[in-house]
Design a protein around this ligand. Structure first.
Ligand SMILES: [Zn+2]
Length: 287
């Protein structure tokens, strides 16, 4: 599942390749994503220039030259590919994907003068939605989001106040998008390991030094992932995609029954389900 670092890398890659480019044409092979792509979408965006691409949580926000917007969410398995029209080379902006993109899951093609932006999605839980400038202000996907984890607003003072409003496990608080926006399951698991907090602990019982540590862990791991991810997708490839090896960097996520990597801990990584999502933690050092 694409998480915040991957969406951030995707944003940066798209900024390099399609910002200031005019959408010459749009080809839709399959409109039936999580939400059906509006029939008028093509008419609304063709001949418009993309003037900016930003990220809010895991949403990519495209600003068009007429002041209107469309957003892309990658859902569970969405990814964006950039193709060079002439050389038939592809750049896959996904770095978690364990298998190359398959052509039959290419659902939408945005055609530019020299490049093509392809929306590929095996499970079709992602979506593309258009908003005029007025509608955008009330966009239901963006309006209730919490703070961006890498922003300066995501700090100890704010978070310690905010966390008091929730009376549930720290794992569920961190997964709640109204608290911190865009933190996904992988990073929550990893950050709780780094700060030695058991995922089921009630958020009200996380003390100030622990919360400081947790906050730092969240920021550090997101930054590290963005750095590593960026270095894995720098180049265009000769095929549609490549094999990712990013999961090797995780310390608990997906490591059930392995030994804890913390020296002298001697614990074992356990897997439980919290809020319907897999949670991985060390049974000794996370309390
Ligand atoms: Zn341990």
């Amino acid at each position: 599942m694409p998480e915040l670092p991957e969406v951030e890398i995707t944003k940066k890659t798209l900024q390099k390749h399609v910002v200031d480019q005019t959408i010459q044409d749009l080809q839709i092979k399959n409109r039936n994503l999580r939400y059906k792509i509006d029939n008028e979408f093509k008419n609304k965006i063709v001949k418009k220039k993309i003037v900016n691409i930003s990220r809010r949580s895991k949403y990519l926000v495209f600003l068009l030259s007429d002041g209107n917007y469309f957003i892309i969410h990658l859902g569970m398995s969405g990814r964006l590919l950039i193709a060079n029209k002439k050389q038939k080379k592809f750049l896959d902006t996904s770095f978690y994907a364990s298998h190359p993109a398959i052509k039959k899951h290419n659902h939408v093609y945005f055609l530019f003068k020299k490049k093509i932006l392809i929306y590929n999605d095996t499970r079709r839980f992602g979506f593309i939605k258009y908003y005029n400038s007025k509608e955008f202000l009330n966009c239901q996907h963006l309006i209730n989001l919490g703070v961006e984890p890498l922003s300066s607003e995501c700090n100890f003072a704010q978070l310690s106040q905010k966390i008091k409003k929730y009376n549930k496990s720290i794992k569920n608080v961190l997964m709640d998008q109204t608290c911190i926006a865009g933190l996904g399951n992988i990073y929550v698991n990893e950050a709780l390991f780094l700060s030695k907090i058991h995922p089921e602990r009630n958020s009200l019982r996380v003390d100030a030094p622990e919360l400081k540590k947790l906050l730092q862990a969240i920021k550090d791991i997101l930054k590290k992932s963005i750095r590593l991810g960026g270095s894995t997708i720098k180049d265009f490839h000769n095929s549609e995609g490549k094999i990712g090896s990013f999961q090797n960097y995780f310390k608990v996520y997906g490591r059930e029954n392995e030994k804890c990597t913390r020296s002298r801990c001697g614990g074992m990584i356990k897997k439980i389900t919290i809020g319907g999502r897999a949670s991985f933690f060390c049974n000794i050092c996370q309390q």
